[in-house]
Each structure stands twice: as C-alpha cells, then as structure tokens.
Design a protein around this ligand. Structure first.
Ligand code: BGC
Length: 759
C-alpha cells in the first residue's frame, strides 16, 4: 500500500514538472515565467506567411493565404499563431486557393482619402464595421490599417491610403476607422508611425523635422487615434526620423507613444528586416515583421551579451501575450469564410456616395436629367481605378466601371464611342499577353489615354447631349507620383462640345491631388470620387443623376502650382532612380530629398500655409459644392470650464435634401507662439436635411486642443486671451463667428524628446 502511494506521489510530482501553463487572459505572468529565452525571442519575430508558391499553397491550417504576416505559435504553452493582413481599403488576402473551389474575395471599399472627404466619422465607423467583419470571418486577427500619414506633399505615392493634410481630420477619421474594425473583436494597426511622407527611398530616407512640426502635425493624428480608439497595434515606419529608424527610436515608441499617450498595445515593424533588431526591441518595437530567423538569433544574442535586459525582453513579450489573448485565434473563433459580400458591396457604395466631392458646377450643369444621351470619354471609364496598387490593393470579385454604372443609372451611351474604347482595351489585353507584360504587385498597369481624332469628337458633340470625361490616374506603394500633364482630351472635348452648345462633365478618378488650375475653367462640372472602391462608379452615376446629393469636402488643398506647397522645395519630385542619385560604385554624398528630407516648412503644411499667407489656391481645404444651399445662423460660442462650446444652426434653403459639413476654425489671440491664422478644431456633418429643414450642431473643444507646442519650454501651451471661433463651409468660406476668452494661459509639459540632430 505504502509503495503504491509513493508511486502515485512520484508520478504527480513528475507530471507537475511537465505540466505547462496554458495561456489564459489571467495567467500571463505565469506563462511569461515558463517561457524559455528561445520561445520569448520567437514570439517577438513574425513567421513565414502562407502564400502561393508555384501554384501550391504553403502554410499550416491556421494561416490565411495571402495574408501579409503572422505571429508564431508556441504550442507547448497554448499560445496560438495569429494572422495579420492588409488594409486599408479592405482586407487583402489571396482570392483563390489550390484544390478549393471556394473563393475568398473581399470587398474593395473606398480609399482613405475618399473616406476623409466624407468628414463623417459615424459613416466611416459604420463602413469599417462591415470591413472588420470580413477580417473576422476570413480568420484574420489584425487588419494592417488605417494608413494615416499626413498629406505633406501632393505627390506622395501613398496619399490615397492616407486621410488628410490636417492632423485633426486625419486623427478623427483614423479613430472612427479603428473603432469600426475593432468592434468585431479583431485588431488594427495604425501606420506608418511616423513621418513616412514619401515613397522615394522610403526604407532609408531620414525625415528631419522640428519638434514642433512633429508634435503638431505628424504625431497629432496618431495621438488622437491612440487616445480615442485604443488600436491594438501600431506599425512603425520604414524611414528614419531625425537620424534614427523609427522602429529603433525609444522616444517615439516608448516615451511619447506609451508614457505620454498611454498606448497599451504592441508595436510592429513595417515589412523589412533591418539590422539593429535588438535596438528595435529595446526601443519598444515588440514585433518584427514579416520575421526572419536572424532576428530571433539577434535577440537571443542580445540577451546573452546584456545588450537588452531581461526586463526589456519581458516587457515586449508581455505586450505580445496581452495582444494574443485579445485575438479571435486565441479565443478559438470559428470563422465562416463566408462574409456577406453582397451586403458589404452596398455599404461600400453608400460610403462612396457620402464622400464624393463636387468641385465645379457651372450654371447647374449637374444633376443631369437622366435621359440624356451621353458620350463617355477617357480610357479610365473602362479601366476604372477602384483603389491604389501595392499592399493597399484589395482582391475584389469585380469593379463596376463607369460604362456599366452609367447604363445602370439609365443613361443612353454613345455606343460607337463606347465600342471604340472597348476594342482598344481588348487589343491592349491581347498585346499584353503576347509581350508578357504582367500586372505586378507594385504597379498594376494603367492604360494610357487614347487619342480620339478631333473630327470624331466634333461629330459626337453633335450627336450627344453631354460629354462625361473620366480622367484616371493610379498611384501606389513604392513610388511617388509624377506630375502628368495629359489634359489634351479634356481640351479637345471642351472645345467641340462648347461650340455645339453642349456641356462637359469631368470625373476625377485619381489617387492624389492633380493640377486643375490650368483646365478647370474649360469644363462645366467636375466630380471628384478619388478611387472609390469596387462600387464607386455606381455612386458617381448617382451623383450625376442627382439620386445622391454630393456632400463631400476636400480633406486637403488643391494648389494652383505644385511649387506653391512649401514642402515641394524639399520633396523628391524629380527623382529618377539611380540616375538622380548619381549612381557610382564608390561612397557618395547623401542626396537631398532621397537620403534625407528637410521638413523646412515646419508646421506650414497645407492650408496652414495657403490661408495664413494668402497664397491663391485652385480649391481650398474643406471645399465642396452640393445641389442644396445651406444657410448658417445663430452662432453661439461660450467658454467652458475647459475650453469652449460652440453651436450653429444650419438650414437647407435649397430645393433638394442634402447634408452640410460644418468646419470649426479657431483664430488664437496674439502673443505667445506664431500660429496659423486659422486651425481646424472641430467638424461635423448634418443629418440629411429636407428643403427648409434646420439642425443645430454643437461642438466641444478642450483647452489642450487649442494648444501649440513650445519647443523652448517643451510644453503644449494655450495662450490666454480672446479666441475667435469661425463656422466655415471651407477654410475660405467662413460664414459665422463668435468668440470666447481663455482666462488663464495653460501649459502641458512633456518630455523634451524627438529633437533633430544638430550638426
Ligand atoms: C507596407 C505596409 C504593409 C506591409 C505588409 C509594407 O510594404 O508599407 O503598409 O502593411 O507592407 O504588406
């Protein structure tokens, strides 16, 4: 008997030694203690992704083909792998799988710039709620989105993924986006933190920025998103910032992000493998993506030689474990692989419709009556740009083009002209397959505009009621845009149609700001849908018929000339690969705007520059027309215990129902720091107002949001005195105002970090 008891005791002791804690929400410390150094390092480095290689899908069951990355499982401790996939215009995964007749398409939603043009945070949240459902139902844990770098310069190749030139608009949009996605129990990764404002040499470029411009412009939007929406993850950027890679920058990733803003999630790298893994880990970059064995080895070596302490390592691992217990993979969610794509297509269409900007509408050219015979010009009417290229490209089941959309909306098209374009597209496709040109990841080929003989256009002008010209440009990751001046088609069509007494409508199917000042007067109406997703063309047609009353407004300025942007003096707009870098085999001098970029303009980005300095623009920030007419009245502004409250009444005095975006700009009292003349401090969109209907909008702004950053004191400061509060329909159209007095100057000291390197 004694012997049996002893054996049982020995057995349970042995079992105890082998029983491994299994990860739960409430035993993170226990699991952390049980982890070996090898396991800890493994958890901080992403794993190989499932992909199609030579037609065969690699990866294990929990992985999702086409997802950008993973975190590695540690089965011994019940730590599952998790899946990370792009964004931001929808989920990006592989649409088909070998030996599987199911498809895995995702909805192509409008790009970030179009969402920001809605100025409607509720709508964005509703839309991303649908997008996040696809993330969940396709077995993904984190959507690598939203992209939220500031539109510093119109030619940044990824501006379409980003929201705005203004940090408040960008931050509020990002917060709404994050809330919508995360309401599904999946995560987001706000990116690219920070100052990834150009694609040229994006892996190495050193963005040199003053502390004030960083705090007020380039970090402010991230601060808002972190504080208001608790994103699960942040993606550090590829570039350097003031002499250090952002992924290795302790002050950026820990002092500011976590200590000052209270960020609780994980930071992951953008997709690369930089030497200096240990420095990244020490700086607070928890996860290396896409992950490589050498990064695991470096971390292990770093702990062994003391370059990184056990505490620093454990801090990152703890962050990872806290992230993992939030994920659907950890919770064992049984995803369906069957999101309701039909319902989501309707959501995408609505989002586009709520956001399209009407830039020009001479003599009420729009809306059209709907029974006109329309001549549809421009190769982009068929080769419609639903979104950009690169990681932000979504594998959608279809893209509605303008021809289909116009027909569905009831227009009769000039069929001969339509067939001419179709024949060209078919020819190009055939040629392409002959010469083997492929649409690769970085550059989905955009068809070049085709010339239409003037005589043909003249005949078409006689035979049709109106011309609709679709002008398309695509943009994408890996390259900045160039200025393209191909407005010949517009000129020819305008000349012919105007001499025939007919009107010309332009649809700008673009990914970033283009030059408009030289040609806008030639046309009667301009509709700006940006790159509006797979259903966007339908939304454009609805704006043309008036079924949708446009209510979008510009989230950035359209300048007269590119060089009017102060940032253009320090932007690689003429960069041409190695040639411009002075290619040589030996060491070379660092090249301006390629190896480093001086943000010499400081805080004078976008309207802050144009409006304050009275520089003429083509279309101002916040601008957009509607088919209604809104009157602003009864402005009330009063000081509150912490800032001010303002309200204004908006009445639709037009003849059709519509929505108005109201922008609250503040002019600060003199004294203290030099400030822009006006800064956006709040905004809202009315509900759909019937003709004659009014709505009073109320805004609350706290004193901290009024503050500017004083480098000398390393503090945010709000000056005492009288602040003018303007209610604007755009930065150039301030309709009503009021004022309030901030009795006492206020100051919020922060760490004196992020300073540029002085020579
Ligand atoms: C992009 C990120 C993207 C990542 C994963 C990178 O090249 O810069 O935006 O999330 O790839 O695809």
């Amino acid at each position: 008997m004694k012997k049996v008891l002893l054996t049982v005791a020995a057995l349970s002791l042995a079992l105890g030694a082998f029983a491994q804690p299994q990860l739960r929400e409430d035993n993170i410390e226990e699991v952390l203690k049980a982890m070996t150094l090898q396991e800890k390092a493994t958890l901080l480095v992403g794993g190989a992704r499932a992909a199609m290689v030579n037609g065969v899908t690699s990866g294990t069951a929990w992985q999702v083909p086409g997802a950008a990355g993973n975190t590695r499982p540690i089965e011994r401790l019940g730590i599952p792998g998790t899946v990370l996939a792009d964004g931001p215009a929808g989920l990006r995964i592989q649409p088909t799988r070998q030996g599987d007749s199911n498809t895995y398409y995702c909805t192509g939603f409008p790009v970030g710039t179009l969402l920001a043009s809605s100025w409607d945070t509720e709508m964005v949240e509703e839309m991303t709620k649908a997008m996040g459902n696809e993330v969940l139902e396709y077995g993904v844990d984190v959507l690598l989105a939203p992209g939220m770098n500031i539109h510093r310069n119109p030619l940044c190749g990824r501006n379409f993924e980003y929201f705005s030139e203004d940090p408040l608009l960008s931050g509020k949009m990002a917060a709404a986006y994050v809330r919508g996605i995360q309401s599904n129990g999946v995560g987001t990764s706000i990116k690219h933190y920070a100052a990834n404002n150009q694609e040229t040499n994006r892996n190495e470029n050193d963005a040199r920025i003053s502390q004030r411009a960083l705090r007020e412009i380039y970090l402010k939007n991230f601060e808002i998103a972190v504080k208001e929406a608790d994103p699960w993850t942040v993606m550090s950027s590829y570039n350097q910032l003031n002499g250090e890679y952002t992924q290795q920058k302790l002050d950026l990733l820990t002092t500011v992000l976590r200590d000052e803003w209270g960020f609780q999630g994980i930071v992951m790298t953008d997709w690369g493998n930089k030497a200096g893994t240990v420095k990244s880990a020490k700086a607070g970059n928890d996860l290396m993506e896409p992950g490589n064995q050498n990064e695991i080895d470096r971390i292990i070596a770093g702990v062994q030689d003391g370059t990184i302490s056990q505490e620093e390592l454990d801090r990152n691992v703890r962050n990872m474990l806290r992230y993992i217990v939030r994920t659907p993979h950890f919770k064992g969610y049984k995803f369906s692989n069957k999101p309701d794509l039909k319902a989501h297509a309707a959501v995408a269409r609505k989002a586009a419709a709520e956001s399209i900007v009407l830039l020009r509408n001479e003599k009420e050219t729009l809306p059209l009556k709907g029974d006109e015979k329309v001549a549809l010009y421009g190769i982009s009417a068929l080769d419609f740009v639903a979104g950009g290229t690169g990681s932000g490209d979504v594998n959608k089941a279809y893209v509605v083009n303008m021809e289909d959309a116009m027909k569905a909306a009831g227009f009769t098209l000039d069929q001969t002209l339509a067939d001419y374009y179709k024949a060209f597209v078919a020819y190009d496709k055939a040629q392409n397959s002959l010469i083997g040109t492929v649409n690769n990841w970085f550059s989905r080929r955009k068809l070049a505009e085709i010339a239409i003989p003037t005589a043909a256009i003249e005949n078409e002008a006689k035979a049709n009621d109106v011309a609709v010209v679709v002008l398309g440009r695509n943009a994408g990751e890996g390259a900045d845009r160039k200025q393209i001046d191909d407005f010949d088609l517009l000129r020819d069509v305008s000349t012919a149609y105007h001499s025939a007494g007919k009107k010309v409508v332009v649809v700008l199917n673009i990914g970033g700001v283009i030059e408009t000042a030289s040609w806008k007067h030639m046309v009667d109406a301009i509709v700006l849908p940006w790159s509006p997703g797979q259903e966007g063309a339908n939304a454009v047609a609805d704006v043309l018929t008036g079924k949708v009353n446009p209510s979008g407004k510009l989230p950035m300025t359209f300048p007269v000339n590119f060089m009017d942007h102060p940032s253009s003096a320090n932007f690689p707009y003429a960069y041409n690969g190695q040639q411009a870098r002075g290619f040589s085999w030996g060491p070379r001098q660092p090249q301006k705007d390629v190896d480093y970029t001086d943000y010499a303009e400081g805080i004078w980005v976008g309207y802050r520059h144009f409006q304050t300095r009275g520089v003429e623009v083509s279309y101002p920030f916040g601008y957009g027309l509607t088919y209604s007419y809104f009157v602003y009245s009864n402005p009330v502004v009063k000081a509150t215990a912490d800032g001010f409250e303002a309200s204004v009444t908006i009445k639709n005095e037009g003849t059709v129902a519509g929505k108005e975006v109201v922008q609250v700009y503040v002019h600060a009292p003199e004294g203290g720091l030099e400030k822009p003349d006006q800064e956006l401090k709040a905004f809202a969109k009315t509900k759909l107002l019937a003709p004659g209907e009014s709505q009073t909008l109320t805004f609350q702004v706290d004193a901290y949001s009024l503050a500017s950053f004083n480098e000398a004191a390393s503090a945010w400061e709000a000056a005492a005195g009288v602040y003018t509060v303007n209610f604007g329909a755009s930065i150039q159209d301030l309709r009503r105002s009021g004022s309030f007095k901030l009795k006492k100057a206020q100051s919020w000291p922060v760490h004196n970090v992020l300073a540029p390197v002085t020579e």
